[in-house]
Design a protein around this ligand. Structure first.
Ligand code: ACO
Length: 334
């Protein structure tokens, strides 16, 4: 069974409740019909119920099992507005402004999660990453002990000799433009934890740079070397090494030559990029030129699972992301 199949089977067992704020978007509606048919999750769609019902009817989609909520009239608006003011009143949020913000399904979805009325959210088919993430950062916030949300990709290769049986984990490819050493260390520790909990692999983390163990001197190299040290302090049991170049991380002979004795060099399965530019470009290069399947971005570090889609996403991308989100929500409860 491949990774996505396992994730879907587990989602069916968990039966978590996922809110989809882009309820009147066609791919989202088609995905909802499939999710309900395959029993991957319980679904709430946000939007105007008559518009959603008319679209579903016109497209011949069976979404009768979905809960449909209109954020502009829902009975929970007062409860959510009060929580919002409790959390951000000190930053100047008034109750009137909170009611106004709740008209935005992206904000309403986050408040459903915060109030315990949903387990997770998937959005981004028609909204930019920043618009999906900002309310999540503001109200759901990060897990205890975590300050940085980041995004990983599971990169799946046909060649099963690559990484762990054809899988590498890349991060951060989606969120944090320019992490400092401590933030980068946190990204490494969080990614290793996600790799273990979602994909069940024993993480061997390479902290990537254009230098291997001091072969170049630059403040960017120092950042990665410091991040490696901090990550090791944060989690002494973690198999992590750096700074190292990509070839030293992946190719056994090069790893042996450039970083002799390293338990990670030449056999890394988790690659942590020094910043978002290299991470985002890196995963797309591997996806487009090496033909790897890129599953993600899976956001990690948030207090509840909220995941962002690419605006070019397909119906099956949405189905898969709902299954992943349901898995992440499941982990949180145990
Ligand atoms: N983790 C946790 N909290 C964060 C993070 C983070 N990575 N970034 C910002 N925050 C918090 C801030 O502390 C702030 O909290 P506060 O209001 O309680 O003080 C809140 O979020 C809002 O912060 P802003 O500074 O207003 O948000 P910012 O302008 O930094 O935007 C954003 C954050 C949208 C994530 C920004 O970093 C961004 O645009 N990142 C790139 C996203 C992107 O475009 N990725 C590539 C596309 S995805 C793909 O290709 C797969």
């Amino acid at each position: 069974m491949d990774l996505l199949e396992k994730i879907k089977v587990n989602a069916v067992k968990l039966q978590n409740h996922i809110v989809l704020p882009e309820g009147s978007e066609l791919r989202t509606l088609k995905a909802t019909a499939q999710i309900l048919q395959e029993k991957i999750a319980r679904i709430t769609l946000l939007g105007n119920p008559s518009v959603i019902a008319a679209m579903a009817k016109q497209e011949g989609l069976s979404i009768a099992g979905a809960n449909i909520v209109d954020p502009t009239t829902d009975v929970n608006r007062q409860k959510y507005a009060e929580i919002m003011v409790e959390l951000r009143g000190s930053k100047g949020l008034t109750i009137e402004k909170a009611y106004d913000l709740l008209n935005d399904p992206l904000c309403f979805a986050v408040m459903m999660i915060k109030a315990g009325d949903a387990d997770g959210e998937v959005a981004g088919a028609i909204n930019a990453t920043g618009d999906v993430l900002r309310p999540a950062f503001q109200y759901v916030k990060t897990l205890p002990g975590v300050t940085v949300v980041s995004g990983l990709f599971f990169m799946i290769f046909k060649d099963k000799t690559i990484g762990d049986n054809g899988m590498l984990v890349f991060a951060d490819c989606a969120v944090m433009p320019d992490p400092n050493a401590t933030q980068l260390a946190e990204i490494a520790v969080t990614t290793a934890r996600s790799a273990k909990s979602i994909a069940n692999i024993e993480p061997r983390v390479a902290m990537l740079s254009f230098s291997t163990k001091g072969s170049a001197q630059h403040e960017l190299v120092d950042k990665v070397a410091n991040a490696t040290r901090i990550a090791q302090e944060m989690n002494p049991d973690l198999l992590i090494d750096g700074e190292m170049q990509l070839d030293a991380a992946l190719v056994p002979e090069v790893g042996q030559l450039k970083s002799p004795g390293s338990k990670v060099a030449g056999r890394a399965n988790v690659l942590v990029f020094p910043g978002l530019e290299s991470g985002n470009i890196g995963y797309k290069l591997v996806q487009r030129l090496a033909g790897a399947e890129a599953i993600g971005p899976v956001l990690q570090g948030m207090a509840a699972p909220i995941n962002d889609l690419s605006r070019g996403c397909s119906v099956s991308d949405i189905v898969n992301m709902v299954a992943i989100t349901a898995n992440q929500a499941g982990e949180k409860k145990v």
